[in-house]
Design a protein around this ligand. Structure first.
Ligand code: NAD
Ligand code: ZN
Length: 229
């Protein structure tokens, strides 16, 4: 049984990482257009750097919840037959033990050099424009995929969707493409599709099946069913 799991901000909500569509479309008090677009970074780089520096340092205060742990347990069981794709830029999946993981929207704990395009593991702030370890230029930006930019590792994701028997979408509003379209791709290739979310998402009607509730409860319950198969 090959499974592709897609996660969004909702899986980290119970860890204390706020989602943004649940709070009137604001992300920690900011309009998304003001902090998550290349245009915003060009217009106000210090605002954008400070925003992501704050998100990065906040990771120290949160821990994975039972939903992250359950998906790590599912990987132990399925090995290469599971691919976990996350839209999240936090590091809670890897801290729970997941390794077959694609951060399609980048990672807070990574810096991207605007000069040489090298990606470097990064846990400190970027607001003071430290030099790139690869080329020395002081143009490091958050290694996150902003609106209008192309997500990472799309080919690998599409290949996995084409081979999946089951596609599961967890804690995502279904509003951000291309991730919101994965359900249709997986379905077109013959996968069964399941939504696990607090409430019916915008894409609910595209799934064969849906279960609604807190990720910390419904994800471990679903994983336990898979372990019995
Ligand atoms: P979103 O904020 O648009 O939607 C979150 C979804 O999760 C909603 O449908 C909501 O009903 C559901 N949800 C909320 N609490 C839940 C819970 N306890 N259990 C189950 N479901 C719950 O998030 P999105 O669809 O991931 O899109 C947001 C974009 O913003 C992504 O691209 C992501 O990169 C970014 N973002 C990331 C983080 C993070 O890394 N943790 C946090 C906020 C935003
Ligand atoms: Zn560089």
């Amino acid at each position: 049984m090959r499974i592709v799991v897609l996660t969004g901000a909702g899986i980290s909500a119970e860890s204390g990482v706020p989602t943004f569509r649940d709070s009137d479309g604001l992300w920690e008090g900011h309009r998304v257009e003001d902090v998550a677009t290349p245009e915003a970074y060009e217009a106000q780089p210090s605002v954008v750097q400070a925003f992501y520096d704050a998100r990065r340092s906040a990771l120290a205060d949160v821990v994975p919840n039972p939903a992250h742990h359950a998906l790590a347990k599912l990987e132990e069981h399925l090995g290469d037959d599971l691919l976990l794709v996350t839209q999240n830029i936090d590091d809670l999946h890897e801290r729970a033990g997941s390794t077959r993981l694609v951060h399609m929207h980048g990672e807070l704990n990574s810096a991207l050099c605007a000069a040489c395009r090298r990606r470097t593991a990064w846990v400190e702030g970027l607001s003071d424009y430290p030099p790139c370890p690869a080329c020395g230029s002081c143009e490091l930006r958050p290694d996150v995929v902003w609106f209008g930019e192309i997500p990472y590792r799309m080919q690998e994701i599409e290949d996995a969707l084409a081979e999946a028997d089951l596609f599961v979408s967890i804690g995502t509003s279904g509003a951000v493409y291309p991730a919101a379209g994965f359900v249709q791709v997986a379905r077109a290739y013959g996968a069964h599709t399941l939504e696990l979310n607090l409430v019916p998402s915008e894409g609910r009607s595209m799934f064969h099946e849906a279960r609604h509730g807190m990720a910390g409860q419904i994800v471990p319950a679903w994983v336990d069913e898979q372990l019995l198969r």
